[in-house]
Design a binder for this molecule. Sequence first.
Ligand SMILES: Cc1cc2nc3c(=O)[nH]c(=O)nc-3n(C[C@H](O)[C@H](O)[C@H](O)COP(=O)(O)OP(=O)(O)OC[C@H]3O[C@@H](n4cnc5c(N)ncnc54)[C@H](O)[C@@H]3O)c2cc1C
Length: 454
Amino acid sequence: MADRIPRVVVVGGGFAGFYALRYLQKRLTPEQAELVLVNPTDYLLYSPLLPEVATGVIEARHIAVSLRRALPRVRLLLGHVNAVDIGGRSVSVTPVTAAGHAETWRESYDRLVLVPGSVTRQFDIPGVAEHARGLKTLVEAVYIRDHLLHLLDAADAEPDTDEGRARRREMLTVVAVGAGYTGTEFVAQTQRWLRTIESRWSRTGAEDVRWILVDLAEMVLPELGPELGRHALDLLRARGIDVRLGVTVTAADDRSVALTDGTVVATRTLVWGAGVAPSPLVAGLGLPTRRGRLVVDAEMAVPGVPDVWAAGDAAAVPDLAAALPAATPPDTPPTAQHGQRQGTALGRNIAASLGVGTARPYRHKDLGLVADLGGWDAVAKPLGVALTGPPAKVVTRAYHLYALPSMANRVRVAADWLFQSVLPPEGTQLGVVRPEDAQLAAAQGTGLYGVPPS
Ligand SMILES: Cc1cc2nc3c(=O)[nH]c(=O)nc-3n(C[C@H](O)[C@H](O)[C@H](O)COP(=O)(O)OP(=O)(O)OC[C@H]3O[C@@H](n4cnc5c(N)ncnc54)[C@H](O)[C@@H]3O)c2cc1C
């Protein structure tokens, strides 16, 4: 037993898991640690560019960073961890197979890193699980794009009768919930994209599509502060988007969405971007949580549980750099920026537990967020400086190219942006995703744990 090479098992190959393993494979020799990653896909998904996949500006594969290529020293197991046996120091893995089901097995660990990220927050609203579509996976982004194009085709073919016009209106109405970056970028970019391809239909133009963006909060893009939030709100409204703040959904079915302002909107498209909840794996661990996220200390170790760490969207990591005079620091917000840096810091702390280097608490001052609103419109706050319009757009794209963790993906995304400016926009349906595969539970794998995301 003493001679066995310690096994580090990482659960989740997103930002935090990827950067932790990248650090570990660089710093530790194969004799110092065996590195194992459990993830349902063989890629890291660069989710900040998902809205651009939904509009066909960026090809889906170009924001998928190959884990096998970037992490050659890591044994990648394609599957989900659906339970952790803390006492027995093992995780239970359900593999992803072509047949869709297979035997679950146990993988033992000497060090465990829990970084399964988050899922779309659904709340307990009737009809949302069945009829809303998220924008957190490639499957969902590709589906939404096809779905919108399909509805434009179907609406264009409707007869000019009272019933036909009613159905047409229903098909050409899009309701998006959540005015954070997911909902706002989706609505802003998609509305802009449809304007660039509207001439393809004989009876239907982009102005026939009705966009409704609702949020219970009183602000758009709260992550970027009131000044840029106000700018984005004015811009959306000037473009004709019906932004309803202080409003949310009470029920949804396949033909309508009921809102708390008393209106019932006839629609076949409900896009759900109402925030995120930690992976349901966390709730099943029986360990302390804060606002659903797994409690960790400043070094991202789980208190009282030897050799287990957590970070990213799934963990409540104290934000030591937050400029608040609070006795207890707030938790770091769920962003890719924190996920990436926490991953590297985790790698360092795990290496230290194996005798290489020294552990340190996580401390990172936010570099600011960016939001692309389509065309030359964007808002960005790099290092606290508020930018709008073309300067913000340039910063937004430069930031994404810098943050994409693979040169090959960077070049492909940059080429997509270049082609977008010189070639006709993409607007064909692929038809590769079945509607049932794009439902929230299927696309985000939330049905695996028996704990609904709250
Ligand atoms: C549309 C959209 C736009 C965004 N824009 C921005 C932005 O502009 N800037 C920004 O900073 N952040 C942005 N974010 C947020 C950012 O993507 C997340 O904060 C970040 O991905 C969190 O990193 P993570 O490593 O915790 O989780 P993730 O990157 O989500 O990775 C988690 C990984 O774990 C896997 N997994 C889940 N459950 C299991 C399990 N049980 N077993 C094994 N593997 C599992 C998942 O499949 C995934 O690969 C955006 C998110 C979305 C959805």
